[in-house]
Design a protein around this ligand. Structure first.
Ligand code: GLY
Ligand code: MN
Length: 368
């Protein structure tokens, strides 16, 4: 953990004497806390982490999670776990931070309530924003992170491959979503990485649709977008299917989305600019009869959060670097009729990219 702490502290601008990360309650947990303190288990609500430029990390856990905290810190002399609460905790924090004038905080994740408590406890400190430094460091994944992303992608890919065999007349979007999540966990996932999207028919044209009790009937398109967690690392995959009689237009839409994804993948390598990668996919859709129907960005960085640091859209100037993990997910949406999206997770390599998700990408037509 020392390396990660040092890298973050070196990236801070302005420099700080200490970095303080404060978790509130779920869902207001700062994933950067788990980047610095790599504890695969435990919720760590109300916990603080205090990092110093020399790589030392102090973690304040509630007694409730002492076991998870000690397990995570085991064998790492740069990490000290504290379990004091209330006034005792304040005393230890004051002892650690008493002489720190410049304290960095993660403005992106800190709740206002936590900020006010820190400002009150350290009235002489000046506070700076660590969020950009954390984002920059976190977006380059190390070997351990890539392994976890790949395992998370494996859990989701396996289930994506099984979806055609799950489909049957009358099943609802919610039933299919439940089956997908159930199978991911049976396969070893620690949970879902976000609320599963399953849309039948016209609902498949809504990219962030929430599944409902709509039953599956013959002659509809289906979009399933879901992901698994592995030791807090997320995957995100989308596959699109057809149930029952073919729709020639939607089949051509799928072919176009597949070509758009291939065009984006073709330009992914270190140095490629996020907006240009998006542009490569956009150009394919814009040259098709469905110009204007690719209504979102091409993808996003993925890691401890599903949307982990930066977006891949027409506005983003971030150059890709070896070790970045991103999704590549073009889609075409025909309102009232149906949609198609194909989403894969990749990691940028020295010369190009490597797939993390592996499920077949072709349009699967399932007999009703
Ligand atoms: N998987 C949903 C999204 O990336 O927005
Ligand atoms: Mn996604």
């Amino acid at each position: 953990m020392k390396d990660r702490v040092r890298r973050v502290m070196e990236s801070l601008s302005p420099k700080a004497d200490a970095l303080v990360l404060a978790n509130s309650v779920e869902p207001h947990l700062d994933m950067s806390f788990f980047y610095l303190f790599d504890a695969p288990s435990g919720l760590f609500e109300g916990s603080h982490a205090v990092a110093f430029p020399d790589g030392r990390l102090h973690v304040f856990s509630s007694p409730l999670e002492e076991e998870s905290a000690r397990q995570a810190a085991k064998g790492d002399s740069s990490v000290e776990v504290h379990t004091e609460t209330g006034d005792e905790k304040q005393k230890v924090l004051k002892g650690l931070l008493g002489s720190s004038k410049n304290v960095a905080l993660n403005f992106h994740e800190l709740t206002h309530e936590s900020y006010l408590a820190i400002a009150k406890a350290f009235p002489k400190a000046s506070f700076s924003d660590a969020s950009e430094a954390l984002r920059r460091v976190r977006r380059i994944k190390d070997k351990k992170e890539v392994e976890r992303l790949e395992r998370a992608a494996g859990f989701a890919s396996k289930v994506a491959t099984e979806i055609p065999s799950m489909l049957h007349r009358g099943m609802t979007e919610l039933e299919l979503a439940a089956e997908i999540e159930h199978r991911m966990m049976l396969g070893g996932a620690a949970g879902r990485s976000f609320a599963t999207i399953v849309g039948f028919g016209p609902k498949s044209a809504e990219p962030h649709y929430a599944p409902a009790d709509r039953p599956l009937t013959p002659g509809v398109s289906i979009v399933c977008d879901f992901g698994a967690l592995c030791e807090r690392y997320a995957s995100d995959i989308t596959r699109s299917f057809r149930f029952g009689p073919r729709d020639d237009e939607l089949k051509r839409v799928h072919e176009t989305v597949a070509r758009a994804q291939a065009a984006a993948l073709e330009v992914i390598r270190p140095g490629a600019i996020a907006k240009d990668v998006h542009g490569a996919a956009q150009a394919v859709v814009d040259a098709s009869p469905w110009k204007g129907r690719f209504t979102h960005g091409l993808g996003h960085s993925i890691g401890l959060a599903v949307h982990d640091g930066f977006a891949m859209n027409h506005l983003i100037d971030v150059p890709l670097e070896e070790g970045m993990a991103i999704t590549v997910e073009p889609g075409i949406y025909l309102p009232g009729r149906g949609g198609v999206r194909i989403e894969d997770d990749i990691v940028v390599t020295r010369n190009g990219y490597r797939f993390l998700t592996t499920a077949p990408r072709e349009y699967i037509e399932v007999p009703a």
